[in-house]
Design a protein. Structure first.
Length: 99
């Protein structure tokens, strides 16, 4: 193995390790952001529907639980549908994101 080949292999390995190291915090941060979005949508829904009683809709509760389990994409989509079905406006942060 030549010195150039060894140097190229080391540079490639360093690049791969750097890329892996940089993706960890980014994905963890985005999951945190998505969970916060999910909780914001649920809060908006519960403001209009109350926390107890006849008006509760199990779908929103199930969607929030999906987010807590890590399935934020499905949970957020379900919560948005629940808000739309109830004619509840999306929180300001969601309308800004949708534009």
């Amino acid at each position: 193995m030549t010195a150039f080949s060894l140097l190229r292999t080391a540079a490639t390995a360093s690049g791969v390790l750097l890329a892996i190291g940089l993706t960890g915090p980014v994905s963890a941060q985005s999951k945190t952001d998505e969970l916060a979005r999910c909780q914001g949508l649920y809060s908006q829904w519960s403001r209009y529907n109350g926390t107890f009683g006849y008006g509760r809709m199990a779908g929103a509760d199930v969607a929030l639980e999906e987010c807590r389990k890590g399935n934020t994409t499905a949970g957020i989509a379900d919560l948005k549908r629940a808000l739309e079905r109830s004619n509840i406006p999306l929180p300001a942060s969601e309308t800004a994101t949708a534009r």
